[in-house]
Design a protein around this ligand. Structure first.
Ligand code: AP5
Length: 218
């Protein structure tokens, strides 16, 4: 299966993509994770992206499209993938259609819906592992007292773009640049909207059920 997880920041795309990539045996491809690694490694891409990300703005389409084209060409993407945080603009969506024009294309676009107050609460209380990117939440899933990741022992930190003012800007950028993709994929008959304000397990189950129905139809 080839999925796109679409939705505002903090709606749980990364949380679900991480669990479901194991369930389905396909990679989670997160442009945010790829960019954060480039920033941490101090690569040229990271230097270009750092300030843009800290401000909650979008990295340029050219850079992101190049990065995705390279990632989708890797062997582990042959069986399918979950695109988490890509595409985020109409230009990126059109470029993806172009890249996949010789294949069956995307099977489903899952659009995560969560009220804005809940998004702000989730993001300002999120903590992230510097080593493996695992997410914690100070309210629902606090990290261990020694501030080291349960999975890899990495340091737990708060992302610069998870401060409230930047979260509000990210939501505005989402509304202006990414929300138009909802109509784009509705017109392609691929959009599935889900109430992602429910428990993590309930959301996971709904996506698994949906993927079963889609596989049966194929
Ligand atoms: P990116 O890392 O993609 O950030 P995002 O899309 O803003 O998504 P988030 O990671 O903030 O949220 P999420 O939906 O994954 O939620 P999560 O599961 O973590 O991008 C960062 C930046 O990189 C962008 O601002 C941009 O600058 C750049 N960038 C990336 N892709 C780009 C692109 N394609 N084009 C241009 N620029 C790009 O959950 C959030 C919190 O809620 C966690 O603490 C989690 O534990 C908790 N939680 C999750 N689900 C639930 C639930 N059901 N109930 C309660 N709590 C929950």
């Amino acid at each position: 299966m080839r999925f796109i997880f679409l939705g505002a920041p903090g709606t749980g795309k990364g949380t679900q993509a991480s669990v479901l990539s194991q369930t389905f045996g396909i990679p989670q491809i997160s442009t945010g994770d790829i960019l954060r690694k480039a920033v941490a490694d101090g690569t040229e891409l990271g230097r270009k992206a750092k300030a843009v990300m800290e401000a909650g703005e979008l990295v340029s389409d050219d850079i992101i499209i190049g990065l995705i084209a390279e990632r989708l060409a890797q062997p582990d993407a042959a069986k399918g993938y979950i695109l988490d945080g890509f595409p985020r603009t109409l230009q990126q969506a059109a470029a993806l259609d172009q890249l996949l024009s010789h294949s069956a294309g995307i099977d489903a676009v899952i659009c995560f819906q969560v009220p804005e107050d809940e998004i702000v609460r989730r993001l300002t209380s999120r903590r992230t592992c510097r080593g493996c990117g695992r997410n914690y939440n100070m309210i629902t899933d606090p990290p261990p007292a020694d501030n080291r990741c349960r999975d890899c022992g990495g340091e737990i930190y708060q992302r610069d773009d998870d401060k409230e003012e930047t979260v509000r800007n990210r939501l505005q950028v989402y509304a202006e640049k990414t929300a138009p993709l909802i109509d784009y994929y509705k017109k392609q008959g691929k959009l599935h909207e889900i109430d992602a304000s429910r428990e993590i397990e309930e959301v996971r189950r709904e996506i698994v059920d949906l993927s079963r129905r889609l596989s049966l139809r194929a």
